[in-house]
Ligand binder design. Structure first.
Ligand SMILES: [Zn+2]
Length: 251
């Protein structure tokens, strides 16, 4: 059994599981999964998982049972950046005190990552511009598209922050979640784009590769076929990132 990485999303997942009154029935719930990467046991990808450090932070607001879904990709962000990723269950009226403390921490400059802001278009921006001494904190709304929209519209504690709209050049490669909008990327892909916008190219690329490998193997697990041969280059790229990281752990 692979050790489960100790990071915010896995801790939230364990806690959310502990307060459930009924066992969570995920799609494909009968599959034996690796407890760490949530892929089919025999296609575990843990050995390729990159772990990096970045200046940027991520604050995941997760909708209800989202942390328990094996298909959740917010977890992949915490896999790659465990030191600067936080995760909280979303609440409209009772946000976690640690969430409020994080949002008020002067070390961070929060941005809500969302594609539009019809009510207050002036909040929209496509760039990350930091005040001296501040690091960017990207707030991601992790759920289905309608859930993300609900969280965006009904979280008064987020209303004062600028809204970072990501316009990716490429559409999602992730076909396993039903999205209402063609351009709706999943959470890990959005985070990879955000890292690039923030100038954290290494971390963005590592996350994109890790997501692509996860996605390829997850889809293969659903239809019970071997993962695509194309993933060889992903494994090579991830191995190179791990190697570079061992040589220079501060990157
Ligand atoms: Zn695994």
């Amino acid at each position: 059994m692979k050790p489960v990485p100790d990071h915010a999303v896995n801790r939230l997942r364990a806690w959310r599981k502990s307060i459930s009154t009924r066992p969570f029935l995920a799609r494909g719930g009968t599959l034996a999964r690796c407890p760490a990467c949530q892929l089919r046991e025999d296609w575990c990808a843990c050995e390729w998982r990159p772990e990096l450090k970045a200046e940027a932070g991520f604050c995941l607001l997760m909708y209800d049972s989202e942390p328990m879904k094996p298909s959740n990709t917010g977890r992949l962000i915490a896999d790659v950046l465990p030191d600067t990723t936080w995760a909280f269950l979303w609440s409209r009226t009772q946000p976690h005190p640690e969430l409020l403390a994080l949002l008020a921490d002067p070390a961070w400059q929060p941005y809500v990552v969302f594609p539009a802001c019809e009510k207050e278009p002036a909040r929209l921006t496509g760039e990350v511009t930091l005040a001296p001494g501040k690091k960017p904190l990207f707030i991601l709304l992790d759920g289905t598209w309608p859930e993300a929209r609900k969280m965006f519209n009904k979280s008064p504690y987020l209303d004062g922050f600028p809204v970072l709209a990501i316009k990716p050049d490429t559409l999602s490669t992730y076909g396993m979640r039903v999205a209402n909008s063609e351009e709706h990327l999943c959470t890990a892909e959005v985070a990879a784009c955000v890292l690039e916008v923030a100038g954290e190219l290494k971390a963005g690329q590592a996350l994109q590769h890790w997501f692509n490998l996860f996605s390829s193997r997850y889809m293969a697990g659903r239809v019970s076929r071997f993962p695509s041969a194309d993933e060889e280059h992903l494994c090579e790229a991830l191995a190179a990132i791990k190697e570079a990281n061992v040589a220079s752990p501060a990157c």
